[in-house]
Design a protein around this ligand. Structure first.
Ligand SMILES: N=c1c2ncn([C@@H]3O[C@H](COP(=O)(O)OP(=O)(O)OP(=O)(O)O)[C@@H](O)[C@H]3O)c2ncn1[C@@H]1O[C@H](COP(=O)(O)O)[C@@H](O)[C@H]1O
Length: 106
């Protein structure tokens, strides 16, 4: 896993036991699941708008915000970036068609 994802995942895990007013992540955990999901929806919309604008710097910036907020969601559910990387690794070399078919959705 990339070092930054590993460090950020560990930081976000630690923030789960921090006081709500001590950090941005801690405040979002305290607000609860709906607040986390709302931020993900907002950041996804901002990423889409950046792509529609065709602005590479904005796309990267907004995608970083989106990833960051999904990492908060993962941590809140007892998961971390390694879980997603493991899933991507599992899919390596498996075509979308094969994957869908194996789940009986084709
Ligand atoms: N990578 C990030 C990061 N990316 C985005 N953000 C915050 O996510 C929010 C993004 O929300 P918006 O773009 O909507 O901006 P906003 O209007 O300020 O947000 P709201 O007030 O609407 O929630 C901003 O407050 C950003 O500061 C981040 N906050 C923290 N991190 C990392 O998380 C670590 C822990 O952060 P704390 O929990 O603050 O200690 C830090 O050391 C950083 O490495």
């Amino acid at each position: 896993m990339s070092d930054i994802l590993e460090r950020l995942g560990a930081t976000l895990e630690a923030r789960k036991s921090s006081a709500a007013d001590s950090s941005y992540a801690a405040s979002l955990y305290a607000k609860g699941l709906d607040a986390m999901l709302k931020k993900i929806a907002e950041e996804a919309a901002e990423t889409i708008m950046a792509a529609k604008d065709g602005d590479p710097k904005k796309i990267v910036y907004e995608t970083a915000d989106l990833w960051f907020h999904t990492l908060i969601l993962l941590a809140s559910q007892g998961l971390g970036p390694q879980d997603v990387l493991d899933e991507l690794a599992r899919r390596e070399g498996v075509s979308g068609y094969t994957e869908k078919a194996s789940r009986g959705k084709q």
